[in-house]
Write a protein that binds this ligand. Structure first.
Ligand code: PPS
Length: 570
């Protein structure tokens, strides 16, 4: 028999069709909340039982216990908080015990929630307890601090329908569907392989060995919800997985897509992944090196040790009821023409390895990828998705004080790129954007953030489609610039240019007379005077207009673009 779900029963929260019809009618008169991308992922696994035994978004007592002890208030092991975060306005409009309609961005109501709890989390504490550090270099901590609404609502859900999917439908399965399929196939021992990256020969070797060792069938169970910013997007990955499954024995391997929003929580996330796979009917779960690792912290060190995740899963092994199959990194030994676990490499043997970062670099630069590393079909799919840099779109994002000379340099850069003529160019200058896209916005922190996110959104669309976006807002906040960088980098290049003209020089020039007005108190919240400007720490190019002319500085930007391979000046 298959493993029982976590907590004993598969907690599916979808109601029958009569009840669903009644709920849809009720929803018409209820306050409704538009789910964020993250919340859509979470609600899908809540409704389909992937998050059994949860019956909805966490109430405060459960949330506190999960953060502090990795358990729900009733003692059940549960490592990651699942919350419905909403705005103060929305939370403030609700009475105790209110029912609210939770809507998919396409408009349909997915579930009705009875709000039992409304609470304000201490996100720093959450970051420290769950992710081990309140360090914004951790992608989930950053999200928690900058992209999470301030109030959490907790309470049970009545599910009406699952979020719709329009891609790869034949590869999506609920826990129940997978369990039924395993039963039909007589698969009573299934090992799950988790991944958020394209699979190459090393992963195939690892998964094959794991299934042989456990005498188990194999479920390749990649995450297609949300992964780490900068990852290869799932459309591309799934096209690769479809090629890779052909290299496994047909009767023993199944590919299925998991709509999970990852947190990059390392050890705790590994425990969570194990629970989710158990709910999907798996008996075994592969935990490799640096499972769900977020990369380096702001001091340049790894957040978690390479085998911390294995250790934590091992600690809860009995309680989890799914067997961990720990795995070392597999490396290619050239003389043996074979992959082996790193500790089994013969002494003096030459080992070949290409890291994820190195792979992305080679794809971006259009460099060679050797046959020992991956399959030709997989490389072809990756190359289609990652054209060489000179065919990619990019964004040049100028930031700096008012009057620093951003627009002037940006205009020269634009003229030079138009003259070069390989891509369409769009200018998103600060004043231009405020006239056409953001005319209703002022200069509060909130409004500036909205303004910059709009610019980022437009720039990312242009970049994704192969064009050039030149942006020149003040963009005073580091966190918002990072968001824009993440958005744009998904589909092409991002070059941040810090126009580091000192405040004294900007004020002295005062081309628009705004500094004088700000000093006189006629303009409030003026950047550099009574509003902050957070200097960029990792801009690709830094220029200072007090020393060079706009022409010279624009040339510096153009040369950077050439050096990076985006343009070819020959
Ligand atoms: S932001 O912070 O990025 O949203 O600002 P941005 O959209 O670039 O707009 C900056 C231009 O608006 C004028 N202006 C102000 N700037 C800063 N602070 C205050 N309070 C303010 N009020 C008006 C100013 O002319 C800026 O233009 P530039 O081209 O930067 O000088």
């Amino acid at each position: 028999d298959l493993t029982p779900p976590h907590g004993g029963t598969l907690k599916e929260l979808l109601v029958d069709s009569d009840r669903a019809a009644a709920l849809r009618e009720e929803a018409r008169d209820l306050p409704s909340w538009d789910l964020t991308e993250r919340q859509v992922c979470d609600i899908e696994l809540l409704l389909n039982g992937g998050f059994s035994p949860l019956d909805g978004f966490l109430r405060e007592a459960d949330y506190n216990a999960v953060c502090a002890d990795m358990r729900l208030a009733d003692g059940t092991l549960w490592p990651i908080p699942i919350n419905l975060d909403v705005t103060e306005e929305f939370a403030g409009s609700l009475k105790a015990g209110a029912r609210i309609a939770l809507r998919h961005p396409e408009g349909m109501v997915l579930a009705i929630m009875t709000v039992e709890d409304s609470y304000r989390p201490d996100v720093r504490k959450q970051a420290e307890q769950v992710y081990g550090a309140a360090d914004e270099a951790h992608p989930e901590v950053f999200r928690l601090f900058h992209q999470t609404n301030p109030v959490y609502l907790g309470g049970p859900l009545e599910g009406i329908e699952l979020p719709p999917h329009h891609t790869f439908k034949h590869l999506r399965h609920t826990p129940r569907e997978l369990r039924e399929w395993f039963a039909k196939m007589g698969w009573n021992n299934v090992v799950a392989f988790q991944t958020r990256n394209p699979m190459h020969r090393a992963h195939v070797e690892l998964a094959k060995r794991a299934s042989q060792k456990g005498e188990a069938n194999l479920l390749i169970h990649p995450v297609v919800g949300m992964t780490k910013p900068g990852d290869v997007d799932y459309f591309v990955r799934v096209r690769c997985y479809q090629e890779v499954v052909k290299h496994f024995p047909e009767q023993t391997t199944q590919l299925s897509l998991l709509p999970l929003a990852m947190r990059m929580g390392g050890p705790r996330e590994a425990v969570w992944h194990a629970i989710i796979r158990k709910n999907h009917g798996c008996t075994r779960f592969i935990v490799g090196r640096d499972h769900a690792g977020p990369g380096k912290n702001s001091a340049g060190e790894d957040f978690y040790g390479p085998y911390d995740a294995q250790e934590l899963v091992r600690k809860y092994q009995d309680e989890l009821g799914i067997v961990m199959q720990p795995f070392e990194e597999m490396v290619y030994v050239e003389d043996m023409a074979q992959y082996v676990p790193r500790s089994e490499v013969p002494e003096d043997a030459r080992v070949l390895n290409i890291s994820g970062t190195e792979l992305r670099r080679r794809l971006k630069e259009g460099l060679e990828l050797p046959d020992w590393f991956s399959y030709p079909e997989v490389i072809t799919k990756l190359r289609q998705a990652f054209p060489p840099k000179r065919q990619q779109g990019f964004t040049v994002f100028f930031t700096g004080l008012s009057g620093s000379g951003k627009s002037t340099i940006a205009n020269v850069v634009m003229a030079k790129l138009m003259e070069h003529g390989t891509r369409p160019v769009t200018m998103l200058d600060g004043d231009l954007v405020r006239k056409h896209l953001s005319s209703e916005l002022g200069f509060s922190k909130e409004h500036r953030e909205i303004n910059i996110r709009r610019i980022g959104f437009v720039a990312s669309e242009i970049t994704k489609n192969g064009g050039v976006a030149i942006c020149a807002p003040i963009a005073p906040y580091r966190a918002t610039r990072r968001e824009v960088r993440e958005m744009v980098s998904q589909g092409g290049g991002f070059i941040e240019v810090y126009v580091a003209t000192p405040l004294e020089v900007c004020e002295e020039r005062d081309r628009k007379g705004l500094y004088a007005k700000a000093r006189a108190g006629q303009i409030k919240q003026f950047t550099g005077i009574d509003d902050p400007y957070e200097e960029p720490e990792n801009a690709e190019v830094v220029v200072d207009t007090s020393r060079y002319s706009a022409d010279e500085l624009a040339q510096q930007v153009i040369l950077h673009l050439e050096k990076q391979g985006y343009i070819d000046l020959d």
